[in-house]
Structures are given as structure tokens and as C-alpha cells.
Write a protein that binds this ligand. Structure first.
Ligand code: SF4
Length: 691
């Protein structure tokens, strides 16, 4: 039963475009809405998103498997929830609290992320909770926190991009992943600004650049150090800014000295002339920005790579200067808020650290429990998944808002780990690949069927308003969490109303780095979102951070010296080609939603591997051939698309499909030592023609 004419936001990426949903003879239709981030624009995913609400694939009743080899069969909610609670109790009575794990998602609302983190710590007493955002933004988050004292994707609003004289965009294909974003780049270029794109592929974003640096995969760090070397050598560093606002430049200057342009050209493939041109564009700009995305971050050295780019930005005096700065373009819908409110293994709400005694005391008081009851830090996402069913690892898993069977690196191995669990429960809209292997599947409401807040890539807290009533038989994630907490006799309050949960989240975040205390549903609706930190109802919010001081103890940003190192798995005779992975315009993440939208499915029905003509000739491959992309971990069978947009030493695969064509069967789970982000962006493969 639709509720017509509601302003809400897109279900997909971190731009969280504003849209309207209106009733047209019983069917919800997407309309535009003049919202400050997308200014009425939507991409094809947004325009077609209402189709999800009427999908025939929708789960509308719980499914339960009597035993591992039995088929999933419809069950009542009472039966399904009782089974989940009983399995949790059984596992914990035999193996202890940590034997039950929770895996969340970067698409969950702030309220759900908060409630899920609280559920894990208070109702289950487990340290084993993490989420798929670990696979997306964690390297930039770690590097931002160690440089500036806090991580907020963009510490400035999107309109600032339009007046930047130069933007250095590293590892981001916004023209395909979030097309309305590119209107800000168009404005910037129309204003005479320069765009420098660093990417191994000639993406649509790279093609619109003033300068495209087609870097060898896995060498962004060396390039950043090399650009800094040139900036220092040519006298472009902002010495007064460095003296007044930073610490640690001496060590970074010493490291950069070893990255002379010819050496950097050998490592990265970016010519000396291109390096110098990039530095000239950055240093000659009055207002300049350095932006990173997954291309820079999804590496076993992703945190250090982002640190190298932040070092460059700091040396040029950009962060904390109005109209300039460093920022990360968060990918998932609530990638930002999802990493602030406690579903991450090492965090409590408000971006507090779980090992900080004062933080534990504050949050425990809001939860109505003894601080000692809150477990310590747990395993990171891949480590958690890789420990499933192993000796000492979790024996039971609850998944909410994630399709780990497709989205985890080395997904064949993770599939086997899921299969070795004693019990798996999944909350989802559809029977995703992960849900299909569960013992209990709980059908939940989706984006437009419930209210909740999201925090977009700018740190702007938004309100997704409910626009439709969920189908009968479906419950919200918050209702599932509250019901399970009740069945498990968890202490404290377990509200399932989003606004009540948000009010509790505000209290839990008060005084923390991501302080939401002054943000209310009313304010968000009236002000087109509120930027955190916002510590009080009469505080205006903080669109631009760091203008006076950074969030470090001494208020100074910290340079961090970092060295280039090779990719975790380099080329050899057996695996002579780099594989890099990414997204297509038509699909989102593991494709659970977008593969069920007709126009998107028809536009991109199955995965391909993009191969340069020279490599295709060497491998005797033709357009449309079926090929196996083989790594040390597994193989994916896909069609060949021949294109000059990839380097001859590199092939590209999108990661939106499961089954035997899944890119993540091949990817490398080598982890960044700081952020624990896997090296999705590069591994060594070979191509084998399929007869
Ligand atoms: Fe906007 Fe992203 Fe949705 Fe496209 S997918 S409409 S860019 S929020």
C-alpha cells in the first residue's frame, strides 16, 4: 500500500541522491528532488530503484532448514526467531560467547548499525562483529584518523569541488559509480579548473581529465611520494602552513628524497613529464583538492598509500584550508555512518574506540550495563569470515545487510567457511547467494519501506523517509534485533522504532568524535541534512572541518612517513597478468538488488573481462570468447571484451556476480596491516581460453 509523494533517498551509493517517490495507480515511481548533493540528478540505478519494491523475487516469509542438507522451507516468525535464539544459546553454552559472530553492512541505516553493534556486545557478549565496510573505506579511514585525528570521508561539502582550481582524483571512476557527482566536476572544469585522474584504466572519468596518469596497478604510493619529491625540489611546499599546522614533515621529506622522478617512472609507468605536469597543476592552484577512492585504498598497503597522498596534500597546505583539502569518496550507501556507530570490531558508537575506558563507561551507561560486560576488540571482517567453523573460531553467524559469499575476497574459501558453520542466519530482502546457504533466512523491509538516517560521503546526516508499507510477512531489521534481544533475555532497552533508536544513538555518540547529539529527524528534514559533529540542538553542524585545528591532541595534522612496497602477489611466468576489479554503471556491490532490476540486468546481463587488444592477440582471444581468469585461489569463467581502455599488462573484471563467474573467486585476501582491508585491486592471473 503506497504512501504517495514522499521525499527520500536512493537505496544505493554514498552520494545518497535525494529523490521523491510518488504513487501512480498503485505503483511507486521515482521522481526528482532538488537536493544539494545531486541537484535533481539521478543515475540509472536511482531511476529504476522503485522496481525493487515490487520485485517478484522478494522474500515475504521466513525460511528454515531443518538440518544442513535439508531444503529451506517456509516457517512462522515465531518458529524462525526461536530457532535462531536456540542455536545461539546452544553454541554459546558449549563454546562460549565468541562462538557467535555478527556481520553487518555499509548499507544499513545508522540506527541499524548502532542496534546491531549493541546487540552483539550486550545481547550476545561477543567480540566477533564486523561489517563489509571493512572491504570498502577502512584504509582511508585509518589514514585519515592518523593524520587528522578523525575520519570523515569529505571534510567539506560537495559544492566546494566546483570552485577548486585543481582536483587530483586517485582511483575513482565516479562517472560510472556515481554519475550525478560528475556535475560538480563539470562545474569545476567549466570554471577553468583542472582535473588530474590517477587510474590504471582509461575510465569515463579518466577520459574527461585534463591529465590522466595511467599508473601500474599497486604503485599509487610511489607516485604520491614522487609528486611530493618534485613539489619539494621545485619549492612548492607551503612552509608557513607546515610550521603552523602540522608535525612530522622532516621524516617525510627524508623519505620523499628517494623518490626521484626517473625512479618513480620505472615503478609506476607514469612519465617524468606527466609527474611534473601533475605537480604544476596542483602547486599552481589557489584551491586544490586531493581525493581518493577504492583504487588507492583496496590494497595491502592501502593505508600507507592514502597517507602518502595526505602527506602531499599537507605539504601543499591544503587540508583545513577553505576551498581546498583532502577527502575520501566513500562508496557504500551508509559507508560513512556505518563505520561510526559500533558495528566495526574495534569501535563503539560516536566513532569511539572500544579499548578506551572512558568510551566504554559512557556507552555502557547509555546501554544500562556494566562497562565490564562490553567485550574488547574482535576480528576484522576477512579474519572473522576466515575463522568461521575453525578451531577457536565462530561456530554460528548472523548476517545482516551483506552478501559475503560474493563480496569477500577469495570467495571460494569463504564459501567453504560458511559451509563449515554449525548455524548461519541471514536477514535479507532476497535470497542472495549467502542467504541461499543459510539455516534460517529472515525476510526484512527495504529502504523505502522504513525510515532511518544515512550519513553520506560528505558527513551529512540524511533522513530516508518511509514511502511504502512493507509487504505482509516482512519485518524490519530493527524489529528482528529487538525480538532476538528479548528472546535472549538481554538487559537494557530494545526499541524497534527508528526515531527512538536514533535518539539513543545521539546519547551514545555525545562527546565522541562523531557527535550526533544535536541532530534530530526534525532538523534533518528542515535543513536538508545536518553535518556532524553537531554536539547540541543549537549547534549549526560542521560542513567544513579542521578550519582552525585538526582533531589531534595538539591540533596539528600529522605527516606519516611511508615507503612503496610491491603488491602482495606480483606477476610471474605462471600468472603473467594483473587483475583489477571494480564496478559498472548499472550494478551495485554484489548485485543482489541491481541484478533484479530489468533495465539494469538487460544492460549488463553477465560479467566480462576487459582485455587490451595486444594481450588478446598474445592469448589468441577474440571478442565474446569465453575465458577462465585463473589465480592461485580460483578461477572465474567470463566473456572477453576487447578494449584499449585497459593496460596491456592488466585485465579488469566487475565484481557484481556470484557463482562460477564471480571475480572474487580470484581476488587476493592479503590484508593491509593497519586497516585489515583486502587487496581487491590487484592480483596475478592468467587467461585460459575455454573450448
Ligand atoms: Fe545517486 Fe548513487 Fe543512487 Fe546513482 S546509485 S542515483 S549516484 S545515490
Amino acid at each position: 500500500m503506497p504512501v504517495p509523494g514522499v521525499f527520500t533517498h536512493c537505496p544505493y551509493c554514498a552520494l545518497q541522491c535525494g529523490m521523491s517517490l510518488r504513487d501512480a495507480e498503485g505503483q511507486l515511481l521515482v521522481g526528482t528532488r532538488d537536493f544539494p548533493t545531486n541537484r535533481g540528478g539521478l543515475c540509472q540505478k536511482g531511476w529504476t530503484s522503485a522496481e525493487l519494491l515490487a520485485s517478484p523475487d522478494r522474500l515475504t516469509m521466513p525460511l528454515v532448514r531443518a538440518y544442513r542438507a535439508a531444503p529451506l522451507k517456509p516457517a512462522s516468525w515465531d518458529e524462525a526467531l526461536a530457532r535462531v535464539a536456540a542455536e545461539i544459546r546452544r553454541s554459546q553454552s558449549v563454546y562460549g560467547p565468541d562462538s557467535v559472530a555478527v556481520f553487518g553492512g555499509g548499507g544499513l541505516t545508522n540506527e541499524k548499525a548502532y542496534a546491531l553493534g549493541k546487540f552483539a556486545r550486550v545481547a550476545l557478549g561477543t567480540s566477533n562483529i564486523d561489517y563489509n565496510g571493512r572491504f570498502c573505506m577502512s584504509s582511508a579511514a585509518a589514514a585519515g584518523a592518523r593524520a587528522f585525528g578523525v575520519d570523515r570521508g569529505l571534510p567539506f561539502p560537495l559544492p566546494d569541488l566546483a570552485v577548486a582550481d585543481t582536483i587530483l582524483l586517485v582511483g575513482s571512476n565516479v562517472a560510472e559509480t556515481m554519475p550525478p557527482f560528475t556535475r560538480w566536476l563539470s562545474d569545476q572544469q567549466d570554471n577553468g579548473g583542472a582535473l588530474v585522474v590517477v587510474d590504471p584504466r582509461q575510465t569515463p572519468t579518466a577520459r574527461r581529465a585534463t591529465l590522466h596518469l595511467q599508473v601500474t596497478p599497486g604503485t599509487d604510493l610511489a607516485l604520491a611520494n614522487g609528486l611530493l619529491h618534485i613539489a619539494i625540489a621545485e619549492g612548492h611546499v607551503d612552509e608557513p602552513y607546515i610550521a603552523a599546522r602540522t608535525s612530522g614533515f622532516g621524516d617525510v621529506r627524508r623519505v620523499a628524497a628517494a623518490y626521484w622522478p626517473e625512479r618513480v617512472e620505472r615503478i609506476t609507468g607514469v612519465t617524468v613529464a606527466e609527474q611534473r605536469a601533475a605537480v604544476r597543476l596542483l602547486a599552481g592552484a589557489e584551491r586544490a583538492m586531493v581525493l581518493t577512492s577504492r583504487g588507492a585504498e583496496q590494497h595491502s598497503k592501502g593505508t600507507d598509500t592514502v597517507s602518502a597522498l595526505i602527506n602531499l596534500a599537507l605539504a601543499l597546505g591544503l587540508p583545513g584550508t577553505e576551498g581546498s583539502g583532502y577527502g575520501c569518496l566513500t562508496g557504500q550507501g551508509n559507508g560513512q555512518g556505518g563505520r561510526e556507530h559500533g558495528q566495526k570490531a574495534d569501535q563503539l558508537p560516536g566513532y569511539r574506540r572500544i579499548d578506551d575506558p572512558a568510551a566504554r563507561e559512557h556507552v555502557a551507561a547509555v546501554w544500562g550495563v556494566d562497562p565490564a560486560r562490553i567485550p574488547g576488540p574482535g576480528r576484522s571482517a576477512f579474519e572473522l569470515l576466515d575463522a568461521l567453523g575453525t578451531a577457536g573460531g565462530p561456530r554460528a553467524l548472523l548476517v545482516m545487510g551483506s552478501n559475503v559469499a560474493v563480496s569477500a575476497p577469495s570467495s571460494g574459501r569463504i564459501g567453504r567457511r560458511l559451509g563449515s558453520l554449525d548455524f548461519l542466519a541471514v536477514c535479507d530482502l532476497f535470497l542472495s547467494e549467502t542467504a541461499a546457504s543459510a539455516d534460517v533466512v529472515l525476510p526484512v523491509a527495504q529502504w523505502a519501506e522504513e525510515s532511518g538516517t544515512m550519513t553520506n560521503l560528505e558527513g551529512r546526516v540524511l533522513l530516508r523517509q518511509r514511502a511504502a508499507v512493507p509487504p505482509p510477512g516482512v519485518r524490519t531489521d530493527l524489529e528482528v534485533i529487538a525480538a532476538l534481544a528479548l528472546l535472549l533475555d538481554a538487559p537494557g532497552q530494545w526499541n524497534a522504532e527508528p526515531e527512538a533508536v536514533f535518539d539513543e544513538l545521539r546519547r551514545a555518540s555525545a562527546g565522541g568524535p562523531a557527535d550526533y547529539a544535536g541532530i534530530s529527524y526534525e532538523r534533518i528534514a528542515a535543513e536538508d541534512g545536518v553535518f556532524w559533529p553537531c554536539p547540541a540542538a543549537d549547534h549549526p553542524g560542521t560542513p567544513r572541518m579542521f578550519l582552525n585545528a585538526f582533531a589531534t591532541p595538539d591540533g596539528r595534522a600529522r605527516f606519516v612517513p611511508v615507503e612503496h612496497r610491491p603488491v602482495a602477489e606480483d606477476l610471474d611466468a605462471e600468472y603473467p597478468v594483473y587483475l583489477t576489479t571494480g564496478r559498472l554503471m548499472e550494478h551495485y556491490q554484489s548485485g543482489t538488488q541491481t541484478r533484479r532490476v530489468r533495465a539494469l540486468r538487460e544492460a549488463q546481463p553477465e560479467p566480462v573481462v576487459e582485455v587490451h587488444p595486444d594481450l588478446a592477440e598474445a592469448c589468441r582471444l577474440n571478442e565474446g570468447d569465453r575465458v577462465r581468469v585463473v589465480s592461485r585461489r580460483g578461477a572465474a569463467e567470463v566473456l572477453v571484451r576487447i578494449t584499449e581502455t585497459v593496460r596491456p599488462d592488466t585485465v579488469f573484471m566487475p565484481f557484481h556476480w556470484g557463482g562460477s563467474s564471480s571475480a572474487n573467486l580470484v581476488t587476493n585476501p592479503a590484508l593491509d596491516p593497519v586497516s585489515k582491508m583486502p587487496e581487491f585491486k590487484v592480483c596475478a592471473v592468467r587467461l585460459e581460453a575455454v573450448a
